[in-house]
Design a protein around this ligand. Sequence first.
Ligand code: HEC
Length: 125
Amino acid sequence: MKRLIGSLMAAAISFGAMSQAFAAGDAAHGGKVFEEECADCHSVKDGKNKKGPSLFNILGRKSATIADFNYSDAMRAKNTIWNAEVINEYIRAPKKSVPGGKMKYDGLDDEKAREEVINYLGTLH
Ligand code: HEC
């Protein structure tokens, strides 16, 4: 138990250094948001695609670059880098952000949940 607490604290500290903007607990809760909102269609494992492409290492990744995933033409044309802001805009309203895209998801209205899930995505590398 002590060791678990120790490693949780170490994780919290390194996360804090990575992102000063958000509290450390957020990424852990973001993992739950991910399970509820995204995991049906997205794996976080490198190279594993589901209905959607793997989100391993998504923060800072260029859009539509998973070679064996069949992106929509709209996503191929988006031509962006998935930083926190761009992901935030996309998951708030996927159909507005990428009209004609094939992510069949209505969007996540809750701003805090979006922040948390993006923090979680930032841990996937
Ligand atoms: C119903 C299935 C589904 C759900 C739910 C879903 N996605 Fe997606 N996602 C997709 C599909 C399909 C694509 C490919 C879109 C395209 O090609 O237009 C995609 C693409 C993406 C991309 C672009 C990846 C790349 O390689 O360019 C990101 C980022 C993303 N989704 C994040 C999320 C997040 C975060 C959530 C949860 C908040 C989520 N998605 C929920 C199906 C889904």
